[in-house]
Structures are given as C-alpha cells and as structure tokens.
Write a protein that binds this ligand. Structure first.
Ligand code: ZN
Length: 213
C-alpha cells in the first residue's frame, strides 16, 4: 500500500520498535490537510482517541521529536550530533554519547478528613483545578521534592507520604511520579506567583467536588 504521505516528503527521525511493528517517527514541516486517511491531532487530544498502548507510543514519539530538536549539537564541543541507535545520539567530533533523560516531576493528592486539596495554577488554561505538582530539583529525593513543593506552594506540612504510581508525561518530556499524603499541620497559604486559587474540596451527594468553605 502506498503511504498516505509521499515518501520524498518524509523527514525521518527514528524508529520505535513495538511488538511486531516498527513505527517510523517523522517530522512534518506543515500539517497535512485534505488528504484521505490523514487526521492531524495534537498529542493531548490523542488521549481520547487512541488506546492506552498507542497513546503511550505517540507520547514516546513526541518526546523523541522534542529531544531530537534539542540535541542537534554537542553540549561539550559544539560538534554535530548524529543518531547512534534508535534512541541515542553521538557527537561526530568528540564522540560524546547522548541519551534522552526525562524531566522528573511529582504530583500529590493530599487528604484532610474527607477532603482533598485542589489548586488552580496560573498557567492552566480554562477553569481546571489539579493537585500540587512540581519538578524534582538536583540533589533531592522524590520524597523531599514532594515535601518542598507542598510547603512552597500551599504552606502546609504533610505526613504519611506514600508512593502511588508513575506515568510518562510527554509535555514535552517528563516522568510524572504520583504520591498520596495526609494533611499534618499549618494554614493554607497559596504561592501567588504560581497559583491563583486553591482549597479543600469534598464530594457532594451527586459525586461532584465542592469546595468545603
Ligand atoms: Zn562533542
């Protein structure tokens, strides 16, 4: 079968090996419009279209595209980096090898009696609330990161910190590590530079989350 985009227009980046299938990652300079069998979809929207496995592959592809663009030159000598394997590069001048390294972030659900803490970040589009989250800093453990982010963003102390799970977070290139914790002490005090709203929320009889106060 003919590929839906002419082969000469392929800007091949690398290959993902998934089971029996090889998936080619290509970069398109312009969106493909008006071509049967092609639908251009942003990565976030694919979450509602693809199954979990394919969504994760799409995310990995998007991360490698991002990484490819950000590692065109060697950070040591400025030489040109060339793909060495399907997931790594090597400098053509000094031989330094470059492997993708995702930015690690934490997210935490904090429980206080029958409520959880929800916050609205200034950079959120729309009226969404979420959990306290933030990036791991150099030299700290994941647990230290959670305690620091909670203290910095909402000013409270937590206890009973427990690992929940993790998932790739390809926006643009991360690993999101989830925790749960219980409120310990302190008054909520929002970090105004990052958060515009926040508070304790509980479910009403319909199952919707409602602010406690
Ligand atoms: Zn180099």
């Amino acid at each position: 079968m003919e590929p839906p985009i002419p082969l000469k227009e392929w800007n091949f980046i690398t290959t993902l090996h998934s089971g029996a299938d090889d998936i080619k990652i290509i970069r398109l300079d312009n969106p493909v419009v008006g071509q049967e069998g092609i639908q251009m979809v942003g990565l976030r929207k694919t979450h509602a279209i693809l199954n979990t496995e394919d969504y994760q592959l799409a995310g990995k592809g998007a991360e490698l595209l991002y990484w490819d663009q950000n590692t065109r030159f060697c950070g040591v000598c400025g030489g040109t980096n060339k793909w060495m394997t399907d997931i790594s590069k090597k400098c053509t001048e000094c031989g330094k090898e470059w492997w993708p390294s995702a930015a690690t972030a934490i997210i935490v659900r904090i429980q206080h009696d029958d409520c959880i803490l929800l916050v609205r970040a200034r950079n959120f589009k729309g009226n969404h609330y979420g959990l306290v989250a933030g990036f791991l800093e150099t030299g700290e453990s994941l647990e230290q990161c959670v305690v620091r982010e909670v203290r910095e963003e909402v000013g409270i102390k937590i206890k009973n910190l427990r690992y929940f799970g993790s998932q790739p977070w390809p926006y643009p290139f991360g690993l999101m590590v989830g925790f749960t914790a219980d409120y310990d002490e302190g008054e909520l005090s929002l970090q105004k530079e990052e958060l515009c709203e926040g508070g304790w929320f509980k479910r009403d009889k319909t199952g919707s989350l409602k602010s406690k106060v």
